[in-house]
Write a new protein. Structure first.
Lengths: 440, 440, 440, 440
C-alpha cells in the first residue's frame, strides 16, 4: 500500500491525499488553501476564471502531479468545507471517476461544479449515507461512518482494502451532544478497531490544545444567552457565523424564540442554507434569506427603519472585506450602525495573520462607530489533543499519519502518538506535500 | 465621602478598601496576597504564627495604617475567598467592630478565627442573608444583593450612605444559569441603578477578555462529559478542583451517578465542604471525606487495592506542592499511579509564575508516570469585559473605581469606562495601594 | 497652565498636544494615525485629496476642535516622522502661526506642504538648530535639545513658560553611541532638571519592555554582519528598512564597502534620502536613487541581468502592498527572485494586525519563491522602560503625562512613575484624546 | 552506521548520542536534564549522593541501556555545560574508555569527577586542542573544530569513520566577532563540506527564532553601557550572569575599568572561574573571588559598609533559590539592599516554568525593596534558524538529525532542512530518546 501526501502536509488546508493498492488509487478530499484563495480576491482575481496551472503556481491548489499516469478509481470526500472540496472543479475532471460524498457534501459539490459550468461532471457524483458502503473494486470498499464536525454530514471514512483497513479522519470532533445529527458512531469505530486498522490518517488542527473540545451544545447555550442579553436593549442586533455551520445557524434562529424578525444576508449564507434546506436540515420559514447584493441592500433599508425589530445574521465572521458586515462597518451601505447597536461574532478568528488583520479592521471600524461587540460565542469543530487520544485508543491503528497542518503541528500529533506507544519514523510518519510512503 | 484604596490596587488580591462618611468608616473585605501567602509555605513559615508587622513587611497583608485613628464602625465582607477574608484574624481585632458576612462566608471566617485561637472575636460576626439590610449608623446602611461567583453566598454590597449609594462589586460573574443558588438579583441591581449610584467599585480580574464568562452550567456539562469518558477505561480516576467551589464539587459528585465510590481528600477540601454541609449546601452522604493526612493515607491504601472502583476528588488543582495530588505525583504516598490512570483538572491555572511552575511540575511528574491528564474542565467565576459593561449599564454610577489588579488592568477597566462615557481622572479613578480620594 | 491631550492618548500615533499659559497656546506635533492612513490606501483613497472633516471622521487626523477660538502662537515639531508631522498640511493653516522644526524635520514638512500645494504656508516654517531658543512671547520660550531617535535631528523640546518649564519628550531613545549625530545632550537635560521641570510629557511606545534600548551601533554591527554573510553567495541581495532612518541607510551603504553596486528604490526612499542629501546628512555618490516607478522598473531590469553585482535597498520593510519589494514578491515586476536570492529586513514589524498581515504575505510570497529571508536586523529607536526611568531621574519633574499609546500603556508608564515616587491622578495623569487638565 | 538517540530527543538537555560503526561505538556528550536536576535540590536531594538507577527513574540522567553490551571505545565531549557533561560521573565508569575533551571542558569534568570521589577515572581524560585528531580505531578518527558558544573551548566534532564523516554540532553559534577565542573555523568546516559529510547532528534550541544570533560583541557593548549608567548613581551595583560564561565575566570585569572594587561571589562562580584561571583564560588579579558561604558572608559585610565602592558579580541569574542573590533578596544575608540599589541580569531566563517562577520571585523580592533591575543585558549562545541554515549550506550533509529539544522543535529543524532540500523520514530524521536508526 502506498500513501500519497499531496496537500495539507505543510499547511493547514489544501487537503488531498491518496492511497494506492495493487495499482489502483483512491483520492481523499480535494481542497484549496483558504489563505491563498483569500489572497486572490485581495488581488481582484477570480478563482473560477483561473486555470489549474496558474492556481497551482499560486499555491491555491494542491499539486497532484505525483498521481499522473496513475489509475484513479474514485475521489472520496469527507465533508463539504472549501479546504476539502473546492479543488474538485479544477482537478477532478482529469480523473474521470466517481466522486463519493454524503448528501450535504454532495449538494455543495453540485453547486461548485455548476459555478464552474461543469454540469457534465455531475454524473460522477455519488451520494452516500452514513453506513453505506461502496465496493469500488476488489481492492477498495468505502464506508462512511457518522462523525461530528461543524458542517452537516461529516464523516470518518473507513477504507477496506485488500491490504487492510484505512481510516481517514479528516476534520472531526467527538461531540456526544451535538445539536444537529447524531453523535459519532462509536459502535462502528470500535468494531473497526477490533477488526484491525492498518493505517489511520488524522487531521491535527487543534492538536496543541491539551483538552477536549466542548460540545456544540455549549455553543448553543452561549448563543441563547448572548441573544437574550442583546435583546435587553432596543438596538440593532447583528450576528455573524460560518455560513456552512448549519447547526449553529439553527441555534441562532431558535434562540430568537420569535421575538424579532430574522434576516439572513450574504451570498455564502444563501448558498449553504439553501443547500441545507434542500435536504431538510433547516426550516427556513422562520427567516428571510437574501444572497444577491441588490436584495441585501433593500433588506438593510428595511432594517434601518426599525432596527430594534430585527435580528440580522450575516456573513463577515472573519472580517472578510467583501462581506455584508464589513461593508456596513466601512459605511458602504445605506444602513449604518448607531451607537450601542450590537454585533455578535459566533465564531473564532481562524488564526492566520490575514484573518486577524481583517477581523481587527472590522472590529475597530465597528467600535469607532460605538457598536458593542461580543466575540467568541463559539466552540470549535475540531478535535483537541485528548479527543485525538480517545480516537487513537478506539481505532488502535498499526500506523498513523497526521495531516492538515504545517510540520510542527504534524510533529505535535506524532508526539501524542509516541505517548500512545507509536514510534516516529516507524509507526507514525511526518510527511510533506508531494511525497509518498509505503505502508508495511 | 472618602474612598480608601488599601489593598488590591497594585496587585491581584490583598483586597481591602474603605469608605468614610462624616467621620465614620466602613471597611470592605480583608484579604491576603495569595502569591505571598504561597511564598510563606515555600519558605517553611506558617501564616498563623507570624505577626501583623512581619506579614505586612512581607506584603502578605494589606497595609491598613491609613485608617489608624479612624472610627471604623464595621467590616463588611463580600464572599469567602482567602484573598478577601484571610486577613481578618490579623487585622480585624484592633477595629473592635461588627463583621458582616453571608452565611457561608461567616462559616469560613469562623473557622479562620478558631484556627487563630480568636474565639473571642466570634461575637463580632453578624450573618446576613441576601436582601437583609443592616443599619450601621445614620451614615451607613448595608444591603447584601445576590450575585454569582465561584463560591456560595457571594454578594454585591449596596451601601446606602448619607451621601449616596455605593455599590461594591467584589468578585462576581453574571451567571444566568448557575448550578447552585440563584442568578444575580437583576431586579435589585436595576432598582439601585434607578435610585442613583454615586460610586461603583468593581473587581477587574478578567477585564482583558473581550467576552462574557460562560455559565457554570457549561462547566457542569464539561464535568459530566469528562467523567463519562474517563469511566470508559478501568483505571483510577482522580479529579481536582478548588475546594471552596461547592457548586463544582456538587457537579462532580452528581456526574458520578453512583457508578464509583467517591473519596474526597485533603485538608482544605475537608474544611470547605464541612462548612458547606453545615449550611445544607451539599449532601455529603454520597462520598467519604478525609482531611487529616493519616486518614488520607489509609483512604489511598484502599484506592490502591481497586483503583477502578473509585473516583478520588483531591486538593492539588494548582499543583500546590503540599497537596494530596502533588504528593502522589512525587511518589510520596503508598498509592502510586499506574500507566493510563487519569487525572482531571477541573480548574484553570491562576496565572502567576509560581502557580504555572507548580502545575508544570505536577503535570510533568504525572505524565512521566504515564498518567492521562485532562485539563481546563472549567469556566471562570469572574466577569469578563462584556459582563462588566452589562453591570455598568445596569448600575449607571456617577463614578467608578476598579480594583483587584495591577495598574495596567485597572487602566483596562478604566478604558472600558471611557467607552461607556466616563472620564479617567474625573469619573473613573485609577488608584494605588495606600491612597485615598474624595468622591464628589 | 492647561495641558490639552488632543491626539495620541488612546492610540499610538495621531500625536498632537498643546499647552496654554495666560491665554496663549503652543501646539506640539501634528501627526496622523498611521494605521488609519494605511487603511486609506487599502481602500484606494488618497490622503492628499481628502478634506479635514472626512479625515477626522475616519480617525486619520487628530480632532483639534478643543482648540477652536484659542490664540495659538506656534506649532512646535519634535521630529519628522509621519505620525508627528503629516497632519500639518491639513490642520496648520487655520492657526496661521509659525511652525518650528529642526533642519531635517523642516525639510520633510516643506515637502509635505508642497505635495499639498501649500507653498504659501512655507513662510511659517522656522528652522531651529539644537540649542537654539525661540522667544515666542512673554509666556513662551522654546529650546531644542539634542536627542537620539531613528530619524535625524530629533529633539526634546524644552518649553520655558511663565509658569515653569515643560519638557516634551516625543519619541526618543538614550543612545550613547549613535551612528549619526551626537548622543543626547545630557548636560542640558541635567540643567533642566536642576532648574526645575514643572511638567514632563513622554512617549511610551516601548514602556512595557523592561530593558534599555540598545544603541544604533548594535544595529550597525548587525547590518555589517548580515551583508558580509549575504555576499558569500552569488545571489541577488535586497535589503529594506525605514526610508526616514538615515543613520541605518548610511550603515547599509557603508557595509557594502564598495563590493557591489548599490541601487536604492522607491518613492519614499527617494523622498527622505533627497531631504537628507540636501542637508549633507548622507553622501549619495555611492548609490543610485530611483523614486519614480518608471525608473524603478528600468533599474530592476538592470539588476535582472547581473543580480550578483547589486545590493538593492528598497521600500517594503512593513510589507506595504504598494512597495517595490511587495510588487516584486507578487511577481508584478520584470525582475523576479530566483531560488536562494536573499532579502534582509533591517526593521521590526510595527506590531499592528495590518502590518503583521502585510509582512506575513510578503514573507510567504518570498519563501514560496525560495528566497532566503533575514529578519530583525534592527534595534528600536524608542526608549524602553529603564531609559524612561533614567530620563525621569534626570529631569525630576513635578508632574508627568505619558502619551503616544492606548490607555493600558499610558498606565504602564504611570506605574513606572509610581515606582519613582509619583502618584497617579495627582502627579502623573492618564489622559485621553479630547480632554485637558489644569497643571498646578 | 547506526545512530543512537539516547537523550535530548524529547527534551532540552540530557544530551547523549552514540554512533556505531562495525561493532564499535563512540558516545557523544553525557549530560543531565537541568530541569530535573533543579527539581532534586527543590526536594532537598543531592545529585552526588543518588545512584544511577534512581537518577534514571527520576529522568535526571539519560537512559543508556540501549548501549548495554556494546563495545564503547570512547566518550567524546563537545563542551562543558552541565547538560552535556554532568552525567559523566554517573555513567562513564561502566564504559571504561577514554573521555575526550577540550582543555576547559576537561577541567570541568575533572572537578566533577573529584566531587564524586572518582579520581580513579581521571586517567581516562584526554585533552584535545582545536585541530587535534585522535585515531580511536580503524573505524573512528575524531577531530575538534573551533566553534563559538557561551563557554570556552566549545567545538564541533568531526568524526571520520570508515563509512564517512559525521559532524556533531552540539551547542554553537556562528559568532564572527567573539570576545574570547577565535571565530568558527570556517576553513575546516568548508573542507569537511567538500570532503562530503554523511551525517550531521545539530542542536536546535533556538531553531524557532527566524534570525541570526548577534555576536557576543553586542553583549559586551550592552554590558559596558549598563555598567557606565549604573555607576552614575552612588548605589550598590550587583550583576549576575552564567558562571561558566567566561567571556561575559571578562566583559563585566573590563567594563568596570578600575572604577570600583569587584567582588565575585558564589560556589559555581568560584568553580568555573578557577577552572578558567587554571588555563589562563581569565586574569583574576582584578577581582576577589569567594565561593565558600562563610567567605561570601564576610565579603558582603564589607560591601555593606561602602556599597558604592563595589561591583558585585554573583550567582543567581536564573533566580536559583540557593544562589547568593536570591538569599540577599530574601533578606537572609547581613547585607540588605537599600532603595535604588541596582541589580543587572546579564542573562536571559532559560524558558522553563520553574526558572520563570524563580526569576519572578527574585525580581519581585528585589522590587519590593526598591531595587532597580536591569534585565536581558545579554545575547544568546545558541545558533538561530538562519545560522543553522548557514552551517547546513557549508557542511552540505547527506543526512541530518536534529537533537537537544522536544519533538516539535526537532520538527521545526526538520522543516528548515526541507526548505534546504532534505526529506523528512528520508534524509532528515526526527528521533526520540531510546531509539536508533541505520544511516545509509
Amino acid at each position: 500500500m502506498k500513501f500519497y501526501a499531496i496537500g495539507g502536509f505543510k499547511e493547514v488546508g489544501k487537503n488531498m491525499t491518496a492511497i494506492e493498492v495493487n495499482g489502483e488509487v483512491v483520492i481523499f478530499d480535494m481542497g484549496v488553501s483558504m489563505e491563498h484563495l483569500i489572497d486572490l480576491s485581495a488581488r481582484g482575481l477570480e478563482y473560477e476564471k483561473l486555470d489549474e496551472q496558474t492556481l497551482k503556481s499560486m499555491n491555491v491548489l494542491p499539486n497532484d502531479t505525483i498521481l499522473s499516469g496513475k489509475k484513479v478509481i474514485a475521489i472520496v470526500i469527507s465533508h463539504g468545507h472549501l479546504d476539502h472540496v473546492s479543488a474538485i472543479p479544477k482537478l477532478a475532471k482529469k480523473y474521470n471517476c466517481p466522486i463519493l460524498a454524503t448528501p450535504y457534501t454532495a449538494e455543495i459539490i453540485k453547486r461548485l461544479l455548476k459555478d464552474h459550468n461543469q454540469d457534465s461532471q455531475l454524473k460522477f457524483l455519488t451520494t452516500m449515507q452514513y453506513g453505506d458502503t461502496a465496493e469500488l473494486s476488489k481492492n477498495f470498499k468505502i464506508e462512511y461512518v457518522n462523525m461530528t464536525h461543524s458542517i452537516p454530514d461529516s464523516s470518518l471514512i473507513a477504507v477496506y482494502t485488500s491490504e487492510g483497513i484505512v481510516t481517514v479522519g479528516y476534520d472531526y470532533k467527538l461531540d456526544n451532544t451535538p445539536t444537529l445529527g447524531d453523535k459519532p458512531d462509536y459502535k462502528r469505530l470500535k468494531e473497526l478497531g477490533n477488526e484491525g486498522v492498518k493505517l489511520h490518517i488524522s487531521e491535527c488542527v487543534h492538536i496543541e490544545d491539551e483538552q477536549r473540545t466542548p460540545s456544540e451544545k455549549v455553543a448553543r447555550d452561549m448563543v441563547y444567552d448572548a441573544i437574550d442579553r442583546a435583546y435587553l436593549d432596543s438596538s440593532a442586533v447583528f450576528i455573524t457565523s460560518f455560513a456552512s455551520h448549519i447547526a449553529r445557524i439553527r441555534s441562532i434562529v431558535e434562540a430568537n424564540k420569535g421575538r424579532r424578525q430574522i434576516i439572513v444576508l450574504g451570498r455564502s449564507m444563501n448558498n449553504y442554507i439553501s443547500a441545507a434546506k434542500e435536504l431538510g436540515l433547516i426550516d427556513t420559514s422562520k427567516f428571510q434569506l437574501y444572497g444577491m447584493s441588490r436584495d441585501v441592500k433593500s433588506a438593510l433599508e428595511n432594517v434601518k427603519k426599525n432596527p430594534e425589530q430585527y435580528l440580522v445574521l450575516s456573513t463577515g465572521n472573519q472580517g472578510e472585506p467583501n462581506s455584508v458586515l464589513s461593508r456596513i462597518a466601512r459605511k458602504e451601505q445605506k444602513f449604518a450602525f448607531r451607537k450601542e447597536d450590537q454585533v455578535i461574532f459566533s465564531s473564532m478568528v481562524i488564526p492566520t495573520p490575514v484573518n486577524k488583520a481583517n477581523r481587527y479592521v472590522i472590529e475597530r471600524n465597528l467600535k469607532e462607530q460605538g457598536v458593542r461587540i461580543l466575540k467568541d460565542v463559539h466552540v470549535s469543530g475540531h478535535a483537541m489533543r485528548e479527543d485525538h487520544r480517545d480516537l487513537l485508543r478506539i481505532l488502535n491503528p498499526d500506523t498513523v499519519i497526521p495531516m492538515h497542518a504545517e510540520t510542527e503541528r504534524l510533529a505535535s500529533f506524532a508526539s501524542l502518538c509516541e505517548e500512545e506507544g507509536f514510534t516516529i519514523g516507524d509507526t507514525v510518519h511526518i510527511m510533506t506535500d508531494g511525497r509518498y510512503i509505503n505502508i508495511k
